[in-house]
Design a protein around this ligand. Structure first.
Ligand SMILES: [Zn+2]
Ligand SMILES: [Zn+2]
Length: 174
């Protein structure tokens, strides 16, 4: 994975400058492999940054495409996700926290902050569609594409079992 470095030299020399950027950050499938997902594109990161008082302030929008599975019916889906992120990068000499994102002289590395924010923003539940019907508890078929009568049959049976007159009828039939 090659680091995505942004040159911030100009913004450091002139604190009045707000600089725009539009770059791609490669994404490692290891980030989402435990959920069975993989990335279909690098992350596109667009935004701006400025430097003030030895801190680099960055705002960005991150967009990426994921191959994932519906948490309800298990169908494979491809979906684009995006989120906004705001981060600060500090000079090494001013950093007190090992989790700080550091300024490397005149550059910042976007990889870790983008991956951290991506994981933080990853939806905990993904559905193929809002009203996904899921799988039938009885026959296991995908109810979005196949309509079975399992539920109707089951409730009919339950109804019959609960009705005392049916028992009498059964005895009578013998
Ligand atoms: Zn689904
Ligand atoms: Zn069924």
């Amino acid at each position: 994975m090659s680091a995505m470095l942004l040159n911030i030299g100009k913004a450091k020399r002139n604190e009045d400058i707000v600089e725009d950027f539009d770059v791609e950050v490669s994404l490692d499938d290891d980030l989402v492999i435990d959920r069975g997902y993989h990335f279909l594109s690098p992350a596109r990161v667009t935004g701006s940054f400025y430097y003030k008082g030895s801190i680099l302030f960055l705002d960005a929008k991150v967009t990426y495409t994921l191959s994932c599975v519906c948490d309800n019916c298990g169908e494979e889906i491809e979906r684009e996700f995006s989120f906004d992120m705001s981060e600060e990068f500090v000079e090494e000499y001013a950093s007190h926290d090992p989790d700080d994102y550091l300024i490397n002289q005149i550059a910042i590395d976007l990889d870790r902050p983008v991956c951290d924010n991506l994981l933080y923003n990853l939806p905990s539940r993904i559905l193929c569609k809002e009203n996904c019907q899921g799988l039938c508890d009885i026959c296991g078929k995908n109810k979005n594409t196949y309509s079975c009568n399992c539920e109707a049959i089951e409730s009919e049976e339950r109804h019959r079992e609960q009705n005392p007159f049916n028992k009498i009828k059964i005895i009578g039939d013998n």
